[in-house]
Design a protein around this ligand. Structure first.
Ligand SMILES: Cc1ncc(COP(=O)(O)O)c(C=O)c1O
Length: 426
């Protein structure tokens, strides 16, 4: 009999040949704008800790106190022995930040998406999903058993077309979208999506993983930024990025949250968030509300970085204008991308292959520098690492085309950003 596991080696060899192989890197010490990576001090452009709170002493103190008073683990699921007052305090704080009736905390953002989508739709329903949505949204949709159809990235004509063709054949319809697209940094056109949802009688789930703490006057996310507070929708997010802890949440109406507590399998059948994670997240939300200067500093860094990229990559002059959907190896067609600040749509330049580097349009701390193929992205990432900058290469199958993806933090200095852009332009 042939060993039934030999295919694993064959598969790994294929992954390596395609330059798609991935491996972990070890970070030591506290997280921050500089980190110790595989024993070397580096400027960190790979963190989702947008406000620089993961190493903040107040979060650490809150987590330590929670461990000392409540223990290391929560010992059971929320409906059995795992529920603590601290969980409820965090849920109330999230609901207050988001301006919703209520919220429920999951053990991760991934589980929040899986649990929510599978709870609100099933076999008789339709899910319409942006083609560039995060894996947790896509897998939640598949797991729900609903009919899933993707619309081209941020393409509202495409979404309308699908609604006109299919909406009437299904009981419920759920539109799912990232608010800030995690691998591109652009935003979904949320007001238009909500208008279409109203017109066709659909629910909307917006994933605010990269929006919360970053967008909106109070840091409530893109729903606030786009002036959509008060409109009925399902707001999901993670506690692991600007909130600098671990866990996920859903915020919405009392009925929605009550329903999820009764029907979301990834909430009911899993151990409650640990006391340390819960306390750290609660401390972070308080800081997000009381220290808006952190968000302001982050946006100053974003503007500064974009300005430098425009200047320093001038020889690749379509910087910021080029979008990858039109030229991918996979042939995906991407007619439009929305610049949320100007609201304008941008067209692709005719022959992007002429450009060695180009920067994808972004309206967020996530900025992607496009490269023609995986090996080029790996080499660029290694070159940056040799120069002291941790800026990972992101390759297929995570994204259709290869790129360096950086995320900016409030705690980056201007010198660090300048050094990075100069290194890139050399
Ligand atoms: C858009 C998006 N949604 C969901 C998640 C999952 O969140 P978590 O890391 O808390 O599982 C992530 C993060 O990785 C994300 O980027």
């Amino acid at each position: 009999m042939q060993n039934p596991y030999t295919w694993l080696d064959d598969s790994l060899a294929t992954i390596r040949r395609a330059n798609w192989y991935r491996a972990v890197k070890t970070v030591d010490g506290l997280p921050g704008a500089t980190i110790c990576l595989d024993g070397r001090e580096m400027v960190n452009f790979a963190s989702n800790d947008y406000l620089g709170l993961a190493g903040d002493e107040r979060l650490i103190a809150a987590a330590v106190e929670a461990i000392q008073t409540l223990g290391a683990g929560s010992t059971g699921s929320r409906l059995l022995s795992g529920h603590r007052k601290l969980h409820r305090d965090l849920e109330n704080a999230i609901a207050y930040l988001k301006g919703t009736d209520d919220a429920v905390v999951f053990s991760s953002g991934y589980l929040a998406n899986l649990g929510t989508i599978t709870a609100v739709v099933g076999k008789r329903d339709l899910v319409l999903s942006d083609a560039y949505n995060h894996s947790s949204l896509k897998n939640g949709a598949i797991l729900s058993g609903a009919q899933v159809r993707e619309y081209p990235h941020v393409d509202m004509d495409g979404l309308r077309g699908l609604l006109q063709e299919h909406r009437n054949h299904y009981r419920r319809c759920l539109i799912i979208t990232d608010s800030v697209f995690s691998m591109d940094g652009d935003l979904c056109p949320l007001p238009e999506i909500l208008d279409l949802a109203d017109e066709f009688g659909c629910m909307v789930l917006v994933d605010e993983a990269h929006g919360t703490g970053v967008f909106g006057e109070n840091g409530a996310g893109c729903v606030e930024y786009f002036g959509c507070r008060g409109r009925e929708l399902i707001q999901m997010g993670t506690l692991s990025k600007a909130i600098a802890s671990s866990g996920g949440y859903v915020a919405g109406s009392s009925a929605l949250i009550d329903f999820l507590r009764n029907r979301a399998p990834s909430w009911i059948y899993t151990t409650a968030l640990s006391p340390a994670d819960t306390a750290a997240a609660l401390a972070a939300i308080q800081i997000i509300q009381s220290e808006p200067h952190r968000r302001q500093k982050l946006w100053q860094n974003i503007d500064y970085c974009q300005e430098l990229l425009q200047k320093n990559l001038l020889n690749h002059q379509e910087c910021g204008e080029w979008q990858y959907g039109n030229v991918t190896q996979t042939g995906i067609s991407n007619p439009k991308s929305i610049d949320a600040r100007s609201g304008s749509s941008r067209r692709a330049i005719p022959n992007p292959e002429l450009y060695r580097l180009s920067v994808l349009p972004s309206s967020s701390p996530i900025i992607c520098i496009q490269l023609p193929y995986p090996q080029a992205a790996l080499e660029m990432s290694q070159y940056l690492a040799d120069s002291g900058f941790f800026a990972p290469a992101i390759r297929p199958p995570t994204v259709p085309t290869s790129r360096i993806r950086i995320s900016l933090m409030a705690t980056h200095t201007r010198d660090q950003i300048k050094g990075f852009v100069e290194c890139l332009g050399n």
